[in-house]
Design a protein around this ligand. Structure first.
Ligand code: SF4
Length: 376
């Protein structure tokens, strides 16, 4: 009997926010006065275009942007639209939410009733000064209240994003954030280092208040240690979860499983092809209307590139890569193929092989770029 076909992950990009945060490098623009009808039309067209791929999806992730600008009725419509074009057997449906969104208990419960199983809340910090520096529109108490209401609304999983390495951050401000994490008791935390991306308004803030890289890394480790103390298990460089709450959709990326992205800037990886969409909303819709297609760029992956990318993605996971599984999947014995590199990294304590699992030790994940670069 042949194995059942692999189910893929479906990502939908909602490209609008109420306004642009000064540090943000995501594909998002302020919500136009006319609303998001053109986005929905583009989505319908793109889903129709991709329906021929014959994929079945068991995870759905609506990210952005600020998809919490979508009400429960919009979420139901979105599911109905996707269901017209694809086979869906969704066991995890994540919606990204901004604590500044005007969401009363009826909206939160409405999302849950519409099918959202997992809420991922972009908190960044539970410290007013840090939130002010980041230009976020809410106070720490409001974020905490949002989390409490979200917890009461019936989602299977509630997660939050935190950012460290922010100018003005102190051990005390980090501690305040960790205390609020303890009080709000989420199921999942994603922990990121603030990136200094050239050309963003935040570049000036960082020029005037530079953040030392080592201090930022220390802050990350301090926060990571705090999360472990609170019972979270780290399962990827930036992701921590309580048992049973790892994000199934994002695991598909790291396990190099197929995913389809719809919407401006969305990325896809299906079979031997990887591509990403046009970022500009207007151009993305126009390309779908005139039939030229929404892709901005794409690459056909040859077998060598395919297994190297799978290796680099898999090494981001704390659990590492099962060498026997990898051999069965890609026909490559990593131990033999990368013998000199692996030996050198083992000597430096940057790689461990135990019981046929190849992994980067957890305390070296943050400095794993050197290892990952050697395998690209
Ligand atoms: S809310 Fe999120 S996606 Fe929107 S501008 Fe701010 S950081 Fe970017």
């Amino acid at each position: 009997m042949s194995p059942p076909p692999e189910k893929a992950g479906l990502y939908v990009h909602f490209p609008f926010c109420r306004r642009k945060c000064p540090y943000c490098h995501f594909a998002s623009v302020p919500l136009p006065d006319g609303g998001f009808a053109a986005w929905r039309e583009g989505l319908d067209r793109e889903a129709a275009l991709r329906s021929g791929l014959g994929l079945e999806f068991d995870t759905l992730y609506v990210g952005g942007g600020t998809p919490s600008l979508l009400g429960p009725a919009d979420i139901s419509e979105l599911l109905e639209l996707l269901g017209r074009h694809f086979r869906l057997s969704v066991r995890e449906f994540t919606l990204e939410a901004n604590p500044a969104s005007e969401t009363g208990p009826e909206t939160l419960a409405g999302w849950s009733q519409a099918g959202v199983t997992r809420l991922s809340v972009g908190v960044q910090a539970f410290d007013d000064r840090t939130l002010e520096i980041l230009g976020r529109e809410y106070a720490a108490a409001a974020a905490e209240s949002f989390l409490r209401r979200a917890r009461a609304a019936g989602f299977r999983s509630v997660g939050l994003d935190l950012m460290v390495g922010v100018p003005g951050e102190t051990p005390a401000s980090l501690e305040r954030t960790l205390e609020a994490v303890e009080r709000t008791s989420p199921d999942h935390v994603s922990l990121y280092l603030l990136e200094n991306v050239e050309g963003l308004p935040f570049e000036t803030v960082l020029k005037n208040n530079p953040v030392d890289e080592d201090r930022a890394a220390d802050a990350f480790e301090l926060a990571a240690a705090g999360l472990r103390r609170l019972g979270f298990e780290r399962y990827e460089i930036s992701n921590f979860a309580r048992p049973g709450h790892a994000c199934l959709h994002n695991l598909k990326y790291w396990r190099y499983e197929p995913f389809l992205g719809l919407g401006p800037s969305a990325a896809s990886h299906v079979g031997p092809e990887r591509w990403s969409n046009i970022e500009d909303v207007g151009r993305w819709v126009a390309a779908l209307r005139d039939g030229t297609g929404p892709r901005a760029e794409g690459v056909a992956l040859d077998p060598a590139r395919n297994f190297r990318e799978a290796l680099v993605s898999g090494l981001r996971l704390v659990g590492g890569i099962d060498l026997a599984d990898f051999r069965a999947r890609f026909g490559v014995d990593l131990r033999a193929w990368f013998a000199p590199e692996i030996a050198a990294f083992e000597r430096d304590g940057l790689i461990i092989i135990e019981q046929d699992i190849l992994r980067i030790p957890e305390d070296k994940l943050l400095v794993s770029n050197r290892v990952l670069a050697a395998f690209v």
